[in-house]
Design a protein around this ligand. Structure first.
Ligand SMILES: [Zn+2]
Length: 172
């Protein structure tokens, strides 16, 4: 019997609904990055879950670049704190691009940083260093775990906000 049959693949894949919830992040990532200081101290925004499928499966063995979901605040914090790992120059205008997603393969070590620029460029930059990037993100999530538990315990029943709520707040 194929041993892969025991791997619950469905549990590792975000649902269509979860994927749709994450879409507004991709579409508004630069705005969300720019206004980080306006929302970073608000738990309901910081802990919006992102389902980005940063899990890589090789013959049923799952290698996690980062587990789904990743908290929005942890993700943005990681990108901002490690410009050497996550930011690159726009190939069209030279301005820094902050990626909204990155996926890669532990086999080749290759990572694609996806992003867009105010000048209209949209695409990805391929870099090497799969492990170090996953590690940076997991460290940030570990650092935020205590805050997350406090948020859940002190405010029982409070759900993380939606991107619509976050974007509405930023427009005010
Ligand atoms: Zn540009």
């Amino acid at each position: 019997m194929d041993k892969n049959i025991f791997i619950k693949k469905s549990a590792l894949r975000p649902t269509e609904e979860q994927r749709l919830l994450t879409k507004p992040f991709y579409q508004n990532a630069n705005t969300i990055f720019q206004h980080f200081d306006d929302w970073k101290d608000i738990d309901r925004f910081y802990f919006i879950p992102l389902y980005m499928e940063m899990t890589y499966s090789i013959n049923g063995i799952v290698a996690e670049l980062a587990p789904d979901p990743v908290w929005l605040g942890s993700f943005v914090q990681t990108i901002r704190n490690h410009p050497d790992l996550f930011q690159f120059q726009c190939p069209m205008c030279g301005k820094p691009v902050l990626p909204y997603r990155f996926v890669g393969s532990p086999l080749s070590g290759r990572v694609d940083l996806e992003g867009y620029c105010a000048c209209g460029w949209k695409g990805y930059q391929t870099v090497s260093g799969w492990f170090v990037r996953g590690e940076a993100l997991r460290k940030q999530m570990a650092a935020d775990t205590l805050r997350y538990h406090k948020f859940r315990i002190l405010h029982p029943g409070t759900r993380p906000a939606t991107f619509e709520e976050l974007l509405d707040t930023l427009k005010r």
